[in-house]
Design a protein around this ligand. Structure first.
Ligand code: FES
Length: 93
């Protein structure tokens, strides 16, 4: 299939917040996709201080967990990004 036949279109643009900074996203993207597209490499930190980022992108590894609007352990690969979300890195205690 040639590139001209793909005709992929992105949804409406909007912003949400990650660790206090604005992140651009498009309607229909998951949080994980939007954060990776923005260059975020650390979604969570383990109790040992090791950084985590999406691995499976299908909801099984839990390496993509973040805190969304105060709700902990949200899998960003299964969650649609929405305008105005307040997303924080997950830090294991
Ligand atoms: S990337 Fe594995 S659960 Fe989200």
């Amino acid at each position: 299939m040639s590139a001209s036949r793909l005709n992929a279109e992105r949804g409406e643009p909007f912003e949400f917040e990650f660790c206090g900074k604005p992140v651009a996203a498009h309607r229909g993207e998951t949080l994980a996709a939007a954060l990776m597209s923005a260059g975020v490499e650390e979604f969570a930190v383990t109790a040992n201080g090791e950084p985590r980022q999406p691995f499976c992108n299908m909801g099984t590894c839990f390496d993509c967990v973040v805190t969304v609007n105060g709700q902990r352990l949200v899998r960003s690969c299964l969650t649609d990004a929405e305008a105005g979300m307040c997303v924080e890195k997950h830090e294991a205690s």
